[in-house]
Design a protein. Structure first.
Length: 173
């Protein structure tokens, strides 16, 4: 295949404005305004529970002693369930009143994380509900699933004992 030298030169010159346009669009007023709004609002998280579980999973993979995240009542309740089940050492609310923070102290046994697997089950786009008798065991009873019931968050074992169903938030083992 023959390539005309004139057309190759034209291609080089025609690509140069595109690079320049990309540079201009990065500093466009819309992009600048978006950055300002993002700083004012903080990070935009569509699923805070998934974000929490990912932070815990990542911190445990790199053996961090603790992990911090923005506070919410739901996250605090989920962390308390994980602490009561032996997956976390400590859970505390810290920070200022206008920007509270949730600090979790991760548990390790002989250099191995107590959390081997942490997975979100019910997502905002696909909610998963189960009746009390449909709540199965996780890893043949070794793990737990966290269930949101009318009486608050609890493990699948506790929900079965109380004959309560609800939304399956996550599973841990």
């Amino acid at each position: 295949m023959l390539i005309d030298a004139g057309s190759a030169v034209e291609r080089v010159f025609s690509c140069a404005p595109l690079v320049h346009v990309a540079f201009v669009s990065e500093n466009s007023p819309v992009k600048v305004k978006f950055r300002v709004l993002e700083k004012q609002a903080g990070s935009m998280i569509t699923d805070p529970i998934s974000d929490m579980l990912t932070r815990i999973r990542n911190a445990s993979k790199v053996m961090k002693p603790e992990v911090a995240m923005p506070y919410s009542k739901m996250k605090f309740a989920l962390a308390k369930v994980l602490q009561n089940s032996g997956y976390l050492l400590a859970v505390e609310r810290t920070g200022e009143e206008n920007r509270p923070e949730l600090r979790l102290e991760l548990k390790y046994e002989n250099g191995i994380s107590a959390i081997e697997h942490l997975r979100r089950i019910s997502t905002p786009g696909r909610r998963i509900y189960a009746k009390a008798d449909e709540l199965g065991r996780v890893r043949s009873g070794v793990g737990i699933s966290v269930v949101s019931t009318p009486n608050g968050l609890m493990t699948n074992i506790e929900a079965r004992k109380r004959r309560l169903g609800g939304e399956i938030i996550c599973e841990v083992y």
